[in-house]
Design a protein around this ligand. Structure first.
Ligand code: LUZ
Ligand code: MOS
Length: 738
């Protein structure tokens, strides 16, 4: 089935926040953000803004009617700076005016005096000064220290991965509309309507039942709107409550880039121990997560880094410690993969370094250590593993040996261009790591004309979840998709929802829809069995017959993932419903004079279970790969030592465009019939493919080493053309041409 939005998207008719027709009298907000990354506020003078033309009112922390607090996991994030500032761009005031232009103009008239305090941007510095968001955590398996004594090879190293700007096409924003009796409807560009509802409730003091959060769709989220849509909605709601007028704030791109957090940069130290047969016996790793100035989702992201620190490999002895470090950057947040990619990069770097030192292909070490069914993860869950199946299918399908020979032949025939090849296996756990979040609800109405309306907690953000939900309905009712409509996601229709995140949205909400539809279908079957001529009735007739007999045509159902649990005290359990596996082969060509590169091919075998929509899943995989390549090779978030974002526009922050897409992306599905907890056994597909992009870093690294075998290339991503050039000419190669 085609993506239900494809026609409207193509015609430009789909409704995003900025397309909602405004109510007459609507007002517009603009945020004044802190110019300094850390300091004590000595003076905040908004009088100039108040007198600016068109301004209705300027809000600060003093106007908060509830609590000045939007922290989700840890209450450590004021909505408005109060007394001190902790990152550049931290909201200090919200100007509301009759037009966007008037509001933005007035922001420039606000005067602040801030007494500067020392700025920390490096997570290692924060850790050494005891600036931690939460206490460190350690996952343990076996006895790492003991086993290292038995290892033939012990290799140590350090890695650094940078952040990543979400760059959803639609920026953050909200539009708050007053209803009667202190009730507010908020249109929000959020992945988590309930999170917005909770945050607004806390800030305004209104009960959750007075806050209807509505989301039709997002122009992209990628995790950036899992937690960070809350603040803007709270600002609009607060102003709406005070002024009794609709208030809208859709962020200008630069505000969005400056004020919102990104993927967490990580620094890490590793020690990997191998025996003479290249079996990895032990792996010790310490992660330093750059959390930014407040917790946001950092503790959960940190946890997923630990869960994925061994990627697709079975390692019998592991010690992984992770620090969530408080710095003076905007609070970093969820981003596709949610800490998993950062953890996987380190084990891949450890394997690559071991391979380089031992003079063997990294693929040999990777292959020899792939996890098997029954192997235990460091957190205690037993694997039902497709790691070897994906790798083997990739070997057969794409003839890796021929590809490798092709690369070698190219490299011996060419001096100034070199190719590199890397394998990138992936294993990603599906479920929110917080067990309680793995629940969902759905409301299904069948109308007397036979049309069906579905509401769930799922937010459509381009990923195709509404299409999959329609497929679930059609499968149960055996009806045409044209009869089914998925409604906007609303907190008044479906309550207490988890964010659309963790790749689990179609599974959780789809299963709730399945339960609801199955219940309605059960009642309809009973009507068909007992009504004269019932067996011959078509869908519409049957629905009408049921209505006439006063049988309920509506259902509200609940689903909670069974069998999952995790004990954070012991750091052991069974947190994931299942894992998604895959293997990618990445080939890159490097221009050794300029450091520029192109990706020749990404060839993937992806474990999809039984894909319920191969077209949508393919789209998710292609997008994930390109986004992963962007993170690894070109997107460079730059903060200066004062904590100011230097890469704050699209001229200074390079994202993949059509020209950076690999010349070839081949996707083959590993079709597995094993029973699992995925909806219709169609495994989750949102996040896992991003990590194939990690292979691009290692393919490029291999190309650099083909040119300069003694090149020094820190494990520092993104490997931009500038860094590639430094690697190519590092350590004074003897054979430099020229
Ligand atoms: N959000 C969350 C997530 O709260 N918990 C998770 O485990 C998760 N995983 C991926 C993306 N968002
Ligand atoms: Mo996401 S990082 O699953 O919102």
């Amino acid at each position: 089935m085609k993506h239900v939005d494809s026609a409207a998207h193509t015609r430009g008719e789909s409704i995003y926040l900025d397309d909602i027709p405004l109510i007459r009298g609507s007002l517009f907000g603009a945020v004044f953000g802190s110019p300094l990354a850390h300091g004590i506020v000595r003076r905040l003078d908004v009088s100039g803004a108040e007198q600016s033309p068109g301004v209705v009112r300027v809000f600060t922390f003093q106007d908060v009617t509830g609590q000045n607090q939007i922290g989700g996991i840890v209450p450590d994030e004021p909505l408005f700076a109060e007394g001190s500032v902790h990152f550049c761009g931290m909201p200090m005031a919200f100007v509301v005016a009759v037009s966007e232009t008037a509001a933005r103009h007035a922001v420039g008239k606000i005067i602040v005096e801030i007494e500067p305090l020392p700025v920390i941007t490096d997570p290692r510095v924060a850790q050494s000064e005891g600036e931690l968001i939460v206490p460190p955590r350690t996952f343990r398996l076996g006895d790492v220290d003991g086993v290292m004594a038995e290892c033939e090879h012990i290799i140590e190293g350090r890695t650094d991965t940078n952040g990543q700007e979400h760059l959803y096409i639609e920026t953050q924003g909200a539009y708050a509309v007053p209803l009667e009796n202190q009730t507010i409807r908020i249109y929000s560009s959020t992945q988590a309507p309930t999170a917005v509802q909770r945050a607004v409730s806390k800030v305004t003091g209104l009960a959750m039942h007075a806050l209807d959060i509505e989301v039709t769709r997002l122009g992209g989220g990628f995790g950036g709107k899992e937690d960070q849509a809350n603040g803007w909605a709270a600002l609009c709601a607060l102003a709406c409550l005070h002024l009794k007028k609709p208030v809208k704030y859709a962020m200008p791109r630069t505000d969005d880039m400056v004020m919102t957090g990104k993927r967490h940069p990580y620094s890490a130290d590793f020690t990997i121990g191998l025996d003479a047969n290249l079996k990895i016996l032990g792996y010790a790793v310490t992660f330093y997560q750059n959390a930014g100035a407040a917790a946001d989702l950092s503790p959960a992201v940190l946890e997923r880094t630990l869960f994925h620190c061994t990627n697709s490999y079975f390692i019998p002895n592991v010690r992984a410690t992770a620090y969530s470090c408080r710095t003076n950057l905007p609070p970093n947040t969820a981003f596709r993969g949610f800490g998993g990619p950062q953890g996987m990069f380190v084990i891949e770097a450890a394997i690559a370094k071991a391979a380089e030192i031992l003079g063997v292909p990294a693929a040999l070490i990777q292959k020899r250590n792939l996890q098997k069914t029954g192997d235990v993860f460091p957190y205690g869950q037993l694997a039902v593993s497709e790691a070897e199946a994906c790798w083997q299918k990739a070997e057969e399908l794409y003839d890796i040996e021929a590809l490798r020979r092709g690369v070698e032949e190219f490299n011996s025939a060419n001096k100034l261009f070199k190719k590199g090849l890397a394998m990138m296996p992936v294993c990603f756990g599906i479920s929110f790591t917080k067990t309680l979040m793995n629940q969902a609800r759905a409301q299904v109405h069948v109308y007397t004309d036979g049309s069906v309306s579905v509401s769930t907690g799922a937010v459509e953000m381009g990923q195709g979840v509404n299409t999959k939900i329609i497929q679930v309905v059609c499968a149960v009712f055996s009806i045409d998709p044209a009869l089914v409509k998925v409604q906007a996601t609303r907190t008044f229709s479906v309550a207490n929802t988890s964010p659309s995140a963790a790749s689990a949205t179609a599974d959780l909400n789809g299963k709730a829809v399945l339960i609801a539809c199955t219940a309605i279908m059960g009642r309809l079957k009973e009507v068909a069995a007992t009504e004269p001529g019932g067996q011959e009735m078509g869908w519409k007739q049957l629905v009408m017959a049921a209505f006439l007999r006063r049988v309920s045509l509506s259902e509200h159902a609940h689903y909670a993932t069974p069998d999952i649990h995790f004990d954070a005290g012991k750091e052991k359990g069974h947190p994931f419903a299942y894992h998604v596996y895959g293997t990618a082969i990445v080939v890159a060509t490097l221009d050794c004079l300029r450091g520029r590169y192109t990706l020749d091919a990404v060839k993937v075998v992806h474990d999809s279970g039984v894909s319920m929509n191969p077209t949508i899943d393919r789209g998710q995989i292609e997008g994930g790969i390109v986004q992963g390549i962007g993170w690894m090779t070109m997107e460079e978030v730059v903060y200066d030592e004062m904590g100011r974002l230097r890469s704050n526009t699209l001229s200074t922050y390079k994202v993949p465009d059509i020209y950076s897409v690999p010349s070839e992306i081949s996707i083959d599905f590993l079709h597995t019939e094993l029973d699992n907890l995925a909806i219709f056994r169609s495994k989750a597909v949102g996040e896992p493919p991003l990590m194939y992009g990690i292979g691009a870093y290692f393919a490029l690294r291999n190309a650099i080493l083909a040119f300069n075998p003694s090149g020094i290339i820190p494990f520092n991503a993104p490997l931009t053309p500038e860094k590639a050039l430094m690697g190519l000419y590092s350590n004074k190669p003897k054979h430099v041409v020229g």
